[in-house]
Write a protein that binds this ligand. Structure first.
Ligand code: 9Z3
Length: 329
């Protein structure tokens, strides 16, 4: 078997192994369900464009990096989908229509409240009755509260669930999504909470079939993923408000790297968070401001969610973005 590192390096790169974003779309295959994705999004967008509603396009969950074209093994990116799924609920409360593009099987708005816990699984929320089954008395109030909001989002057609799995899947759909949403211009916010891999193996460099273990250990060479925020901000969605997330594990790097991203890509907001404190502290950074948003231990203990503090701030920035005609400094 030839090792992956023996294979030719991709052409049309910048000399440092980083290909241009356009070349990425030529060298990688579009997802088989792209047309279905586009049809669902087009219908949702034309409905809300007619109603003059704001739309937030949320990405949530981690992308995978397949190691084989017939994929048995893949590298995953950390993200449970909590940030994206809870944010979607707060955007709905703020009156937005929500496109929720999430990693398949990661957390979803509303459903997230009833996912398996160590001692509580789906069936534990139910009880058997003489005629069938119902929500167990202990959970009736919680189910009613969540169901009421969920039903309202469905009745008003304000929540569209779309899926991705791999990195190319994510990027093709993100690009296509910006094209479909482009008519709404400043009314759209991109909220890029998905954990997107920085490294990948291009299709042409991948083993077609399952990598065999008979040759001993495995050495992988990964290419760098092109910097997609650049065309997203300057070409694909230049009239829309763009909020990206920066994840770090070294506190010293967090704010400098977030500022560097704002400067390199020229978008409007970076929400910076540390892996281990992301549920109670984030820093919302714009070109002219830097605000730490945090929850007290008491707030955490009473289940206040940090997204309930982040979203109103972003809505405020979005108001200013719309009022300024997409020119907010
Ligand atoms: C985030 O930083 C998200 O807040 C988390 C949320 C992934 C930490 P969970 O889903 O976690 O609630 O478990 N997302 C962005 C991560 C990312 O890939 N950012 C890139 C970077 O840091 C820039 S786009 O370089």
């Amino acid at each position: 078997m030839s090792t992956l590192s023996d294979m030719p390096s991709s052409s049309l790169d910048n000399g440092q192994g980083v290909i241009d974003p356009d070349v990425f779309f030529e060298q990688n295959k579009a997802p088989a369900n792209l047309a279905e994705f586009e049809a669902k999004l087009e219908a949702f967008v034309s409905y809300h464009q007619a109603q003059k509603n704001r739309i937030v396009f949320i990405t949530s969950g981690g992308t995978t990096i397949p190691l084989e074209n017939n994929t048995v093994r893949f590298i995953d990116n950390f993200s449970s989908g909590t940030r994206g799924a809870s944010s979607a609920e707060y955007f709905l409360r703020a009156g937005y229509a929500v496109v929720f593009m999430h990693r398949q099987f990661s957390l979803q708005p509303f459903h997230r409240h009833f996912v398996p816990h160590p001692h509580l699984n789906f069936l534990d929320y139910l009880q058997v009755t003489d005629n069938g089954a119902k929500v167990a008395t202990a959970y009736e109030q919680q189910v009613k509260t969540v169901m009421t909001e969920y039903q309202q989002a469905k009745d008003t057609n304000r929540l569209l669930l779309l899926e991705f799995v791999t990195l190319p899947d994510y990027l093709f759909k993100l690009k296509s999504g910006t094209r479909i949403l482009s008519g709404l211009q400043s009314q759209v916010m991109y909220y890029l909470a998905a954990a997107v891999s920085d490294f990948f193996i291009p299709s042409a460099k991948m083993n077609d079939h399952k990598i065999q273990s008979r040759d001993g250990g495995l050495t992988l060479t990964l290419d760098q993923v092109p910097k997609f925020l650049k065309p997203l901000v300057s070409v694909w969605a230049s009239q829309s408000l763009i909020v990206s997330f920066k994840l770090e594990t070294d506190e010293q790097l967090l704010v400098p790297k977030a500022r560097q991203a704002l400067e390199s890509y020229g978008h409007q907001v970076v929400v910076a968070n540390m892996l281990h404190t992301r549920k109670h502290t984030v820093t919302v950074i714009t070109k002219s401001s830097e605000k730490v948003v945090s929850l007290s231990p008491e707030e955490l203990a009473s289940h206040v969610e940090i997204e309930s503090r982040i979203i109103p701030q972003l809505v405020h920035i979005h108001d200013a973005w719309i009022d300024s005609g997409s020119t907010l400094a």
